[in-house]
Design a protein around this ligand. Sequence first.
Ligand code: GLN
Length: 487
Amino acid sequence: MMLARGLTIREAREGLDKGQFSAVELCKHYFQKIKTENKKLNAFISLNEEEALESARLTDQRIKKGSIKSILDGVPLAIKDNLCQKGRKTTAGSQILQNYVAPYDATVVRLLKEAGAIILGKTNLDEFAMGSSTENSYFGPSKNPWDLTRVSGGSSGGSAVAVAADLCVAALGSDTGGSIRQPASFCGVVGLKPTYGAVSRFGLIAMASSFDQIGPLSKNVFDSAVLLSFISQKDLLDATSVGLKWPKGAFLQGLKNPRKIKVGLIKESFGEGLDEKVKAILFKAIEILKDADVELIEVSLPHLNYALAAYYVIMPAEVSSNLARYDGIRYGLSRLSEERKEEVTLEEVYSLNRALGFGQEVKRRIMLGTYLLSAGYYEAFYKKAQKIRRLFTEDFLKAFSTVDFLISPVSPSVAFKLGEKTKDPLLMYLSDIYTVPVNPAGLPAISLPCGFADNLPVGLQIIASHFEDYSLLQFSQFLENLLKGRL
Ligand code: GLN
């Protein structure tokens, strides 16, 4: 099956500027498409029709006056439903926030609005971004548009599906251990996790704060670069925000081809556990790079094999702390005991609402995190995991003293069947083995579509050093061009 790719940001801009369609027409076109397709794909949790059409009207007025705000003015986008949008439901895929209406815009949402972008609606995700298939969403799983019996990947599955099925021009997701890259790989789109600190997390519903990062999902590398350039501003509302500096006029002629480059293949990531067909596709892309005169060497990261274990200690610890705020009083769901309204205790309010409002995977992680942070275990597990985090981060940094980029798979397999891994959390966790180490190390990484195995998309992961997001995008576009017509 081939999917119609639909408009990129640049094509949407051209169409709008040349008057081939108005912003309102473009917006209506997408809502029409979403209404027919979303029943089967379940990419969107909620739509934002009135507000979107109103902003499209304003874009059309600006186009008439010749005063558009930016390349994004009038471009229809989708955002993951863990990003706050003022006055809109922001559920994080959870029953506990089912009716929560955000009182303010996340910084990224504000920046997109200021650029004139149109936000069509909020996309589906695993509850609180915990998962690899969107099957943990309270609103049901998103389906993979290449094969409806398969998962979209997760947790930003809704955004990946919306881009792949052309239900929007591009989208935002969030990535704590692979949640942008893995669904991008499963759905055949580009997905970028920026350097930690590049994008403000203000207004992103926190999962594990020292790993979380917001980033784009798009139809090509250029669109991800455009979106990142808008959202990567330093923000006083997030103490970890640094922002990114972009070369002046970076986008006027498109991204430039990179200079002579040296790339490292991560030895530990191409061994056991990687599907042979996926491996063959990845090596085809690697051969193409070699033919283009890119120097390739094998690089070993000796502590990488401990990264998944360290992640599954630190992440739940942060989760248990971040999710303590959903107490049945302050946000969303708030139910007292039906039978004994008068004498219900505070503790009963907490446990009643948390028992009712959280799904199984979220509860599992809260319990695990609470246990890991308790006296005695803190030293034995949490502290040790932080030390391991330091060790494999140093492995990465050492590698970047000899190579410009590192290459690995995104996921060990193509999109798996719905229900295939839901009974076995460990099996599900293993589908992130190649993406997870990047987040504790704070590095930027991209998933680039590089071919098909069994008619399902395969993504290649390219990792760069801290704050090298721009060169990562340049190199990715270089490879994207080399792969053109060969996929
Ligand atoms: N799948 C991973 C997890 O469940 C990563 C999730 C994410 O990046 N938000 O923890």
